[in-house]
Design a protein around this ligand. Structure first.
Ligand code: ZN
Length: 238
């Protein structure tokens, strides 16, 4: 890190779980969703299901994917600090909670979108998270556009939807020109995580994860641990 000037951090669900945001793809997440909704998270937060049953979609979404009180943890804070110091070039994240920006990061590629951006499917008017969480703006929990009455959709990449090409390209460009790539809080199985690492041609690939990943053999350094703890400790020393 001392010699890095273009560090790129790639983070998965583990970065958010340490802020109290559970991974809906985990076994517990699957169990809870099957018990309450009789469907898997993948089915409910798919594009076709959103169109077919927005009431159930929003019930699941608001109760399982939105954590308005979540705060940045030491991992978010360390990354924001490294950006200020000129060490870190960008954060690439699969999380949708906006906690990197809340911690102060400005160069963030949100591959799966953000719960903080929402827009009317009809007139494209945009709305903050608070708008869709306010029952006064909703019909059976489904947020409606104040301007035209159209349905409001979160700017989150649902299953069956493609990634935003511009964001993906930005992430690839950052990774391609990085001298160090740090990957944390992801088992690297969720698309497109594993593929993105292949764009990295710098000197140091660092993996930080509680469990083993299938890229451990390729890494220059593997740290087994919780991402918040590890980055928090690193930050104290940097
Ligand atoms: Zn509208």
């Amino acid at each position: 890190m001392e010699n890095s000037r273009r560090l790129v951090f790639f983070g998965g669900a583990g970065v958010s779980t340490e802020s109290g945001i559970p991974d809906f793809r985990s076994e517990t997440g699957l169990y809870q969703s099957m018990t309450k909704y009789g469907r898997s998270p993948e089915e409910i937060i798919s594009h076709s299901f959103f169109m077919k049953d927005p009431v159930m979609f929003y019930d699941y979404y608001k109760n399982n994917m939105i954590y308005v009180d979540a705060k940045p943890n030491p991992a978010h804070k360390a990354l924001a600090e490294w950006e200020k110091k000129g060490i870190l070039a960008a954060v690439v994240t699969q999380n949708i909670d906006g906690l990197h920006q809340l911690a102060g990061s400005t160069k963030v590629f949100e591959l799966h979108g953000s719960v903080h951006r929402n827009y009317c499917m009809h007139c494209h008017e945009s709305y903050p998270l608070a708008y869709i969480m306010d029952d006064n703006n909703c019909k059976n929990g489904v947020p409606m556009c104040r301007r035209c009455g159209g349905m409001v959709k979160p700017d989150v990449v649902l299953y069956e939807e493609g990634l935003d090409q511009q964001i993906l390209n930005g992430a690839i460009e950052a990774i391609r020109s990085a001298d160090t790539m740090m990957v944390g809080g992801t088992s690297l199985v969720v698309y497109p995580a594993a593929g993105l690492v292949e764009w990295f041609h710098g000197s140091n690939l660092v993996l930080i994860n509680k469990d083993r990943t299938n890229l451990d053999g390729k890494a220059d350094l593997v740290i087994a641990g919780a991402i918040g703890e590890v980055l928090g400790e690193l930050s104290d020393k940097a």
